[in-house]
Write a protein that binds this ligand. Sequence first.
Ligand code: CS2
Length: 512
Amino acid sequence: MDRVVCSDSATLSENRAAVQRLSPITQRQLNEFVARPQYDPSALGAGIVHLGVGAFHRAHQAVYTDSALAIHGGDWRIAGVSLRSLTASEQLNPQCGLYAVASKDDQSCDYRVIGAIERVIAAIRNSHEAIELMAAPQTRIVSLTITEKGYCRNTSTGNLATEHPDIVADLNDPQSPRTAAGCIVEALKRRCARGLGGFTVLSCDNLSNNGAAARQVIIEYSELLNKDLSRWIKHNVTFPSTMVDRICPATTAADREQATIVLGLEDHGLVVAEPFSQWVIEDKFCSGRPQWDDVGAELVADVAPYETAKLRLLNGSHSALAFIGLLEGHEFIHQVMEDGNMASFIRHLMQEEVRTTLQVPEGFDVGQYIDSIVERFANSTLPYRTAQVAMDGSQKLPQRLLGTAMDRLGDKKGIDAISLAIAAWIRYVTVEDERGRRNVIDDPLKDQLAKMPSSTTHSAADVVDAVLSLTDVFEQRAAGSAEFRHSLTASLDAIVCHGAGEAVRRLKIRSR
Ligand code: CS2
């Protein structure tokens, strides 16, 4: 791909009136150094329906698919479905699915236009069209980036949250579902009735064993509707697990302005990402797949070791940086990394605590992986808001931090760093300002979190006791562990007494 060094010196406002929007017709006006599809997207059909067409999907799976289509062709374009908002359809449909990915670090800034997305159906308006598309013979894969909370499950057990209001609504009216599980099961029911085969459900979310996690909620939901259908799904649908990795913060107005200068066109679907990208996929597709393995994805028999390493090392420390960073008043992850103590802490967390819990695949160099994570977090050309990473903490904690803590305690090893990270979350959701107001929490459990005792007025022990009773987050093993409780209480106490930054400084860290 050609490289271009971004410059914001151009006078965008002077040219604003003349700038057109990216589309198949205007794309020939793209600046010549901008990479674009090396095939005719309109000549290829869609074989994938993807739920959740946000920044991550556009910068990850859609890019791999675009590369595979350029080499092999095939009816493997992606029809997007958004379950929650109209944004993706408004951004992409007027552009016939075209959009650019800007890959940025301090060395380079590359723009590439992607043609893999055919269109986006806003299921929030019309779930029937989306379900019919999933039920159509040409659909062979239904993939998902619906975030942790989109699975509507109890995070600590992985079981379907049968009391979740959206699940209750879908079970009452299964033909007009609003959840991913509801849409998939209704589509599979129609396929079964029409004598068609199943499709592969491909989860691309940051969950442990994401394939099994998707299977669990879909099978449980279908069992509640119809046992025969559930049996049919077990025999006709596969649920491969995947490890997905690419840092893509939310696109900002400044990103869009810069892109307009570079592209020569306005792009409402733009996403920004780091140059790094990794995709490891369990090769278990019941109805074919694009040749993603020819364009950088690794197709393997067992994803679990890659997935656990990525969730615990990268996502675990990302969340730690976010919780501690927020308490320290930092807006962006790279700013937290600029504090030498925090950078040492994160390295220590990964190197000394997480690493001992991992069984990595042969040839996987953990030391190098940790170095690259530290470097990626420090990427200041891609500001990532601490609040964005901290959001939905209750859904992220188990697979990112709690598993490590439980494994370490099981091995009679210390958890000082991991416990400080979890305590930072507890502090963030329970601290009060001088007027008794709490932080605004973006989390599906926000109502339950609001009822937790305040860590400003209650003892650390009381707060930890109350938080550990959240059975949606803390499995029995964690809630019932005296050592875990003790360690969390000591960490929370340190944060309350000294502040999160000072609590980090007081830890005995090897690699300072
Ligand atoms: C982040 C992830 O927002 C978050 O929770 O930790 O989105 C992270 O950037 C990706 O998993 C990186 O692959």
